[in-house]
Design a protein around this ligand. Structure first.
Ligand code: SAM
Length: 222
């Protein structure tokens, strides 16, 4: 199976549908091999635009959702970025392509947090095999608390659904920084694009409806 042909076909479809809007997201989606981030038995479906199981009741998100969330975050070369919900490591690799790998002299980095240790290990192996690990730090923990050790972040992306916007995530954003997060219960969620205007003000734009696994933690679901 020639995955590079399949990858190009999928990216062209996402461009035609208007999901991929920028050159940087297009380039990242063309560069990261999704087949290296799914379990072996699902490789042949790597370029179906669908979420796929990665074990422990979790999924790697559908490519259109990864593209859409990355466009919404609008990461820049050199950005310090936090992802909550590492899963397979695929979204982290897409972010790493933009903020770190192609950032010339700027030192961007991706921090990503996963609550299930076995999945964090799965992601670490995938990121090592694809050489993205030098740009990505995988942490095991409750990402609803953010990761204060490396704060502040230019951008934060949450790939699990929260009941509300977790306060620590706003605190850990730089002024002008952006948080992309699905908010809602297991039946219906909405993607929120949150911009930190100043230390006391946020702007919340409610985007598309979506369906994610729950964010479980102190500022998530119990
Ligand atoms: N971004 C992932 C990828 O590229 O494969 C897909 C993420 S999957 C839809 C959501 C992930 O969030 C799951 O792996 C789940 O275990 C994780 N998760 C849920 N609550 C969490 C929390 N409080 N902190 C960190 N990870 C969490």
């Amino acid at each position: 199976m020639d995955f590079s042909i399949e990858r190009r076909r999928l990216v062209e479809k996402l461009v035609m549908e208007g999901v991929i809007r920028s050159e940087k997201v297009k380039k990242a989606m063309l560069s990261v091999p999704r087949e290296e981030f799914v379990p072996k038995e699902y490789k042949r479906w790597a370029y179906f635009d669908e979420p796929l199981p990665i074990g422990f009741g979790q999924t790697i998100s559908a490519p259109h959702m990864v593209a859409l969330m990355t466009e919404a975050l609008d990461p820049k070369p050199g950005d310090k970025t936090l992802e909550i919900g590492t899963g397979s490591g695929y979204q982290a690799a897409i972010l790493a392509e933009i903020v770190a790998k192609n950032s010339l002299n700027k030192e961007g980095h991706v921090y990503t947090i996963e609550r299930i240790p076995e999945l964090a290990e799965f992601a670490r192996r995938n990121l090592e095999r694809t050489s993205y690990i030098r740009y990505v730090t995988v942490i095991v923990g409750d990402g609803s608390l953010g990761y204060s050790k490396e704060a502040s972040y230019d951008g934060i992306i949450v790939t699990a659904a929260a009941p509300d916007i977790p306060k620590p995530l706003i605190e850990q954003l730089v002024v002008g920084g952006r948080l992309v997060i699905p908010v809602g219960d297991s039946g219906l969620q909405r993607l929120y694009i949150v911009t930190k205007k100043d230390n006391n003000t946020i702007d919340v734009k409610e985007d598309i409806y979506c369906l994610f696994v729950p964010l479980i933690g102190k500022y998530g679901w119990k």
